[in-house]
Ligand binder design. Sequence first.
Ligand SMILES: C[S@@+](CC[C@H](N)C(=O)[O-])C[C@H]1O[C@@H](n2cnc3c(N)ncnc32)[C@H](O)[C@@H]1O
Length: 207
Amino acid sequence: MDEKDRLKWIYSSKDNRELCERYNRWAKDYDSELEEDYGWLAPQIVTGCVTKYVPKEARILEAGAGTGLVGQCLYHGGYRNLVAIDLSEGMLEKARDKKVYGELYQMVLGESLAFPDDSFEAVVCVGVFSFGHAPASSLDELVRITKPKGHIIFSQRSDAHAALGFKERQAELESAGRWKLVESDSHRAFSKQESDASRQVWVYQVM
Ligand SMILES: C[S@@+](CC[C@H](N)C(=O)[O-])C[C@H]1O[C@@H](n2cnc3c(N)ncnc32)[C@H](O)[C@@H]1O
């Protein structure tokens, strides 16, 4: 697999260890490639959504923060109480350099998260619920650590939503009275490289 075809290279990772190694290697070039080659707009679009529902003083977890592109947008939008988690230490190191997060931790979505119940007013997650990335079961832990009436806001490719069990898990959490859907908005092209893939921003309120 040619490392230059980043998305295929990333999506073809066979487990979390390989995914983590690949993100560690990508970390130094991630921001410039996302900006120049991909035209990645998801951080701005999702931040626009966060400002509709989440007060500025809220403690926000960014799950799968990567190099901190979303945190940077949130910070510029006036949010100052930001916590980052990610699988990859290499990506987190770049996020740390941006000086927008108060706390950063290496943690794995899909496993138990080392936060008590009701730790955050909001959770934001962008580009992480995808092929070979964090599984639909991650949503349960995100609901657990979000305060009642808090928001969980994430963006996802529509094909990943349908193929990876998110559609079912989101509906199950709603039927179980754990959260309710507030908004789901489709966007055609978040990035130049994926112009054929539609994406959706999901906003849930935890019960
Ligand atoms: C495409 S990047 C998105 C980063 C950032 N949210 C952005 O929009 O630029 C995906 C990130 O998810 C992280 N990731 C993938 N699977 C994960 C998991 N199971 N737990 C935690 N982080 C994960 C990767 O290490 C990577 O930093």
